[in-house]
Structures are given as C-alpha cells and as structure tokens.
Design a protein around this ligand. Sequence first.
Ligand SMILES: NC(=O)c1ccc[n+]([C@@H]2O[C@H](COP(=O)([O-])OP(=O)(O)OC[C@H]3O[C@@H](n4cnc5c(N)ncnc54)[C@H](O)[C@@H]3O)[C@@H](O)[C@H]2O)c1
Ligand SMILES: O=C(O)CC[C@@H](O)C(=O)O
Length: 524
Amino acid sequence: MFRILVSDAISEEGLTPLRKSEQMEIVQKKVSEAEAELHQFDALLVRSATKVTEELLSKMTNLKIIGRAGVGVDNIDVEAATKRGIVVINAPNGNTISAAEHTFAMMAALVRHIPQAHISVKSREWNRSAFVGTELQGKHLGIIGFGRIGSEVAKRARAFGMTVHVYDPFLTKERAEKLGVSIHTLDEVLACSDIITVHTPLTKETKGLLGEKNLAKTKKGVYLINCARGGIIDEQALIPFLQNGHVAGVALDVFEQEPPGDHPLLKFDNVIVTPHLGASTVEAQLNVATQVAEEILQFFEGKPVTSSINLPALSKDVYDKIQAFYHLAKKMGMIASQYMNIPVQELSVTYAGTVADLETTYITRSLLAGFLRPRVASTVNEVNATMIAKERGITYGEKFSDETHGYANCISLTVHGENKTFTIKGSHIPNYGDRIVHFDGFAIDFAPEGHLLYIQHQDRPGMIGKVGNVLGEHQVNIATMQVGRQEAGGKAIMLLSLDKPIDDAVTQKLTEIEDIDAVKRLEV
Ligand SMILES: NC(=O)c1ccc[n+]([C@@H]2O[C@H](COP(=O)([O-])OP(=O)(O)OC[C@H]3O[C@@H](n4cnc5c(N)ncnc54)[C@H](O)[C@@H]3O)[C@@H](O)[C@H]2O)c1
Ligand SMILES: O=C(O)CC[C@@H](O)C(=O)O
C-alpha cells in the first residue's frame, strides 16, 4: 500500500485514477496537520500553496515522488528532492489554455477598464466618459516567452487582428513562421509594443526582466501583463512608471509575494489584479490533477513517468525498449562497484549493437545508480545518481561502437581506479536473459543473478572440487558455476551463483585454499 498526501486543493475528480487503485491510500490534509505522520508518505501531491522545502523533505523520509498539479515548480526545492532521489513531476500542459484565456481576459479588461467600470457601477455611479478604452485590433502585442502559453496567447491575439512580436531566445524561425509571429530582440519588442505580456518561467535571467532599464525602453502609454510568475516584472520598478503615466496600466495575476498584502501597486486604479487565477478553471484543475494522478500511479506500478522535472522524459514505447538494458546496466554497475572496492575516478560506458540506437542516457543513469549503491548510505537511484557521482568526483562518459563481440548488443563498462582498471561487458539476449560475457580480461558467460562469488585462482586440477567442498561443508548450494582462464595452467577465474549469501568465515576458508588468489562476494 502506498500513502499519498494531498496537501493542496486538488480536483476531486482528478484523483479518480488513484482512488480506483487498491494499492493507494489518499490522505487529504495540510502539511501542518500531518506533522506526526509525514515520515509515512510515499507521495506528495501539491499545487502552489504547499512549500516543499528541504526541511519538509527531511521529515518525509519515505517520500519517493512529488506531483505538482500545475506547471511552475518554484514552490518545490527540486535540487533538495533530487539529492534525496525523489522524482518530481508536473502537469506541463493541463492548464495552458486556461492561463492563455486568463491572460486574454486580463488584456481585454485592461484596455477597456472593465474592473474599474464594474466598481463604479456597483457604487451606483454612471460615468461613461471616465472609462473610454482602446481597441485591441490593429495594436502591437509583445510576447516575452513563447512556449505553451505564449503561443496560445498569440493565436488569440491574431484572431483579434493584433500584430504579434515575440522575444524568446529559444524560439526557432520555423515555429515563429508557423504561428504567424515575428521574432525580435528584447529591445525591439519593448520599443514597438502597445501591450506587453510575459510568459517565461521565473529564472535568474527572467527575474526583474522588466525592471527600470527595460521599462524605460517601452512605448509611452504601454500596457503590461504578468500572468506568469511574480517578479518577472519588477514590482518596485513599476511604481514611478505608473506615477508619471509612462505605463498606462498593468494587469497582474501573480506577485513576488503571494498574497501581496498591502502592496503599493494595489493603490493604483490602473493596476488590475487577480489572485493567481490563471489555472483556476474546472477544466484546467481536472486536467492537471488527472495528469499527475495517472503519472503517480504509473510510477508505483514501476512504469515510466513522462513529465519528470529531474529525470529524462521517457515514453512508454521507449521505456519498453530500454527496460532490459536498464536492468542489465544496473547489475553491471553493482558488480563493478563491489569488485573494484577502491576509490574510482571515472566510469566509461560503451554501447554497441541494437542498444546503441536506444535512449542510452537513462541506461547510463541506471548503471551509475547501480555503481553508487554499494558505496552510498543514502538512497541512490536514477534521479540523483549523476548528482552524487559529481559530488564524489566520479566522472562518467558514454561512447558508441560497432564492436558487439558476436552478440546482438553489448554494454561495456570500464572503471578507472587509482592504479587499477576493470572492464565488464554484458549483453541482453531476448527470451534468455542477461549475460556477463567478459569479466576483467576473461571471456566468460554467466547470469548476473543473486549471490555471486568471484574466485581468482591458478589453473590447477581439482580447484572446482576444493571450492565445492568448502561450500558444501557450510551448507551452501551452488546454483551455477562458470570458469574462464587466460591460458592452460595460468590465471583463471570462477564465477558461482549461490542459493544463499556466504559470511566472512566461509570467504576466509576459500581464501586459504592453495592457489586461490582472491575471493569476492558480489550481490546484485
Ligand atoms: N498564472 C497561472 O496560474 C499560471 C498557469 C500556468 C503557467 N503559469 C506560468 O506561465 C509561465 C509560462 O508557462 P508555459 O507553460 O508557457 O511554459 P513554457 O516552458 O512552455 O514556456 C516558457 C517559454 O519561456 C521561454 N524563455 C525562457 N527564458 C526566457 C528568457 N530569458 N527570455 C525570453 N523567453 C524565455 C522559453 O524558451 C519558453 O519558450 C510559467 O512561468 C508558468 O509557471 C502561470
Ligand atoms: O495551482 C495553481 O493554481 C497555479 C498554477 C500555475 O501557476 C502553474 O504554474 O501551473
């Protein structure tokens, strides 16, 4: 049974996929009300109200996944979650249309003074001349950030007869042409637009993007809209531009601090505001809740999640193709790590044959996680493996080759330690399973399963019997045994898989056998 804490107001209907599963238990409580049981939850489902901080994560010791029913994850410390190996997912497009429509509603309300006129009529006034607006048709709309929402706003603006100018450093010419907008520099957009709307995420680059310097580059009488994230338009910097009439009006759905409290901007009649309502529609809330609920369910069923912030995205199709290699790579990483039980600096992975055409990033992450697992006390998985490797000064790289050693596919891992290098190669054979086909210079063929025992010895008659006797004396059954040697009478190895793990005493006994040079237990 997996316990899911739903700590914000999430669409009830959207939770249906989770409620239908007998494996899921949903608890709807604010974090502050769940203090005593925080360590029990496997998943956390939030909107933007819950602040998922490092401190909260340190209390949620069993947490495996955080679902954000929405786009922005700025209320989640993604880095802290990643460090702990917690997957963070969002619902990137479930509320796009609602946010675009809200932006458009704000734009219309702004240029036609609808909120101000509404207040006036409700106060029993009838002052038509005070609320003369401007048309949208024929106006120049500047869109900063042309992703999902920005482009939906553009479509609506074009339908209203507006000319759309876009600034987005990551926008291609082809996409701009397809959507009938022109690409400009930021300065050009600032200079030519009658209305400017921002649709970027809040990042180091976009924080204060419309600050004093850039506001001064806008047209006198410009209207500004922020339905993205508070802080993209610098709230303090706006004040003098509103006071001197350079900015004709501002529409804000988002604020640097939410709620904004007694903010000086709220005193301006030409600043219209909503309390972060961009995604607040029945449709958007159902979409985002359903999307994250389905993803959380997939996650606990061991299937891939497609909208993770801290893992490479994988479609079901791709996942099905890489799954076998993903498991093989993890086992190879674990074996290599235990065999090379010394500090290592570098892992080099080479993919050959059919596996080389797949999404290898994910396979490499799995291999890294397997390698780090025997060395790291905390949780290590595909989410945090690259981060932990970096922290420990282990570099890794991927290569591709045609050399499959006669197999349809081959993954080769070389581990570089201080004075030692080790190579292991593995292949996945459909309907047969995983095989290790090369081990530290020896051609071999064994299944990386269960309790493995590696023995390095001199190639002498009777070695297998001696090893078998020691294990037999200790009631340890041998499931499989593979031997390999470089030349007759030279260095040789045995790889055994045992029905149960052996302890230090048995390992010691094996080491004492004449002509045995090394014994290592390897768990996968
Ligand atoms: N008000 C709401 O309720 C609400 C609802 C949904 C989304 N949002 C917010 O709206 C914003 C846009 O969401 P989206 O789904 O369209 O995101 P998106 O990722 O699809 O688009 C963001 C775009 O911004 C561009 N960008 C990034 N840095 C930029 C920069 N420095 N200058 C110019 N462009 C830059 C990116 O290239 C991208 O095209 C986000 O901040 C999101 O959190 C708000
Ligand atoms: O949950 C909300 O209503 C906010 C949604 C919005 O800001 C988002 O980033 O998706």
